[in-house]
Design a protein around this ligand. Structure first.
Ligand SMILES: [Zn+2]
Length: 552
């Protein structure tokens, strides 16, 4: 912007008209007066002089002064250049607004900061452009205080909102805040999104934008593109705000969503960060691994969320950080925290909390858990985990240790194969019963669903069966493992429970399908009673009674 433009602009501005839009003013002589907005004013101490176009506060210790643009800039807490633009619009001469500001930005981080100020400013200005964003935050019960603390912003629903701010397009493009279209025009990268700034070592390196649109075609979360200074693998959202608490408590809470961090913060959990589970890696862990002893990982509640949690937990084991997992099926932390009366951190930790071994064993099974705890560097922690795993699986600790040693030696591909070769529950049951005298009867419901041959084998245990089975190498290696189980009856009960649940679930989906086809309510009744039984069984499992022969 040339000096000429500014002079021209100010010649058209009446400062009293500008201030009047913000505050009630009163004419006294040739000047105007109002209460000063920049200090706690009881008298009208701010004097506006239309003749020279400036304001000055005469309140004790205040002394704020400036022209119409400085008033707007101070009052709205926006950059001076932006205030000039507002003035230019006010007087109907947008052509006099500041244009490119090439020299004002030294680098990408500076222009990021400037863009963030614009995004924040529009979010917190009661403007129609951003009313849906404020509504979205209200719906999520994010307070303005939290939004300001985390420096949220909003990119309006326009392809050229940022482009139209006339900043340095080259630098904006470098910062990935705008893109050049095939037609050679610039357009905004973030559109109609809540903007979360990402800081790294005090530099604003990039953003994540959460869409307010409903279209399935656009990504829910959009990150700045990867560049030399911004890597998704470095993304640890909330670290800048919560690092101090994390270091003080030596504990970190890891979630997958930006909003989760905000929600938790509002509920007093001020040591949370968000990572993108699939990108979690050494860069993020390096930030906190020295200062943290324990991590609480909150699962997203769905299948992908479970996978991510296990990956993160495995990673932390290698860094000697204890993992505690909170998992509520089908609910993410944002869901949990949104309703104040239902959010109870204590309860989440006790009722829905698991240690890593428990969680991994429940969702991935024994082999997979063993493989994952093989990363322990601390022998004491490893033996603690083996003890838990021994209790969960029924295998002797010594045996698990031996097995673990095999895992450590085995190349990765072999481990994957082992997983593929996992036996079906039915096979496992057969091998178990073949291998020893098991004093656990198979209930009628299950008996009717197992293959006749299998039931026959279990009942009669023909001579030489074990050896016969052992001809199959897969069975042989499994038999030798099963032979080492301490409490085989308990293991049998667990297996029978699992098989019962499996067939009950099959029954449910079969009846659901039949009901859909026939609309006959008897199928619906079947579904209902079966679901009741499943829940009963799950409850018993939770209370430590893994098996009940009372099931039909
Ligand atoms: Zn004042």
């Amino acid at each position: 912007m040339s000096k000429y433009d500014t002079t021209k602009l100010f010649s058209l501005v009446h400062i009293e008209e500008v201030i009047k839009d913000y505050l009630p003013i009163q004419k006294i002589g040739e000047n105007y007066r109002c209460k000063c907005p920049f200090h706690h004013d009881s008298d009208p101490s701010l004097v506006i002089s239309p003749r020279i176009g400036i304001f000055k506060c005469f309140g004790s210790g205040c002394g704020e002064t400036g022209n119409a643009a400085s008033f707007i800039s101070k009052y709205e807490d926006i950059p001076y250049a932006q205030a000039l633009k507002i003035l230019a619009d006010k007087v109907g001469r947008p052509d006099l607004a500041p244009k490119a500001q090439t020299k004002e930005f030294k680098n990408v981080f500076e222009i990021n900061q400037f863009a963030l100020n614009l995004y924040s400013n529009i979010l917190f200005t009661k403007d129609d452009l951003s009313s849906n964003a404020r509504m979205a935050l209200r719906e999520r019960r994010i307070t303005q205080e939290t939004a300001k603390l985390f420096q949220l912003g909003y990119s309006p629903n326009s392809w050229t909102w940022l482009v139209d701010q006339h900043l340095d397009n080259n630098l904006l493009e470098q910062a990935n805040l705008i893109l050049k279209t095939d037609a050679g025009h610039y357009r905004d990268y973030f559109k109609n999104r809540i903007i979360f700034p990402i800081f790294h070592q005090k530099k604003l390196i990039g953003f994540t934008g959460r869409t307010l649109g409903v279209s399935q075609k656009i990504p829910k979360y959009l990150n700045s593109k990867d560049s030399d200074w911004f890597k998704k693998s470095k993304l640890l959202y909330g670290w800048a705000q919560n690092a101090q608490q994390i270091r003080r408590q030596k504990e970190i809470v890891i979630t997958e969503g930006q909003f989760d961090v905000l929600q938790l913060h509002q509920r007093g959990i001020q040591n949370a960060v968000a990572v993108s589970g699939s990108y979690f890696g050494p860069d993020q862990a390096n930030l906190f691994q020295k200062s943290v002893k324990k991590a609480t990982i909150i699962s997203d509640g769905d299948k992908a969320g479970i996978e991510a949690v296990i990956r993160i937990g495995e990673f932390l084991i290698e860094r000697n950080i204890d993992s505690h997992i909170i998992h509520v099926e089908g609910k993410d932390p944002d869901d949990l925290a949104r309703y104040k009366h239902r959010f109870n951190w204590e309860k989440l930790n006790t009722k829905y909390g698991y240690n890593f071994v428990e969680f991994c064993h429940e969702h991935k099974g024994l082999e997979s858990t063993l493989k994952r705890i093989s990363g322990h560097r601390n022998k004491l922690k490893l033996s603690q985990d083996l003890k838990i795993l021994s209790n969960l699986s029924g295998y002797d600790e010594k045996h698990l240790e031996h097995w673990l040693a095999q895992y450590k030696k085995a190349p990765l591909t072999e481990m994957l194969d082992l997983k593929k070769d996992e036996l079906k529950l039915e096979d496992e049951l057969m091998l178990l019963y073949a291998c020893d005298n098991i004093n656990v009867p198979i209930n009628g419901f299950l008996k009717n669903r197992l293959e006749k041959n299998l039931v026959e084998v279990i009942k009669n245990k023909p001579e030489g069966l074990t050896q016969d089975l052992a001809r199959n190498t897969k069975y042989a290696s499994r038999l030798s493992i099963i032979d080492n189980i301490k409490d085989k009856d308990k293991y049998a009960k667990d297996l029978i429970t699992k098989l019962n649940l499996k067939y009950m679930k099959k029954e449910v989906s079969k009846n659901k399908k039949l009901y859909k086809e026939t609309q006959d309510s008897k199928y619906l009744e079947q579904v209902e009673s079966m679901v009741k039984n499943i829940n009963k069984m799950k409850l018993k499992v939770r209370n430590g009674q893994s098996y009940s022969s009372s099931i039909r």
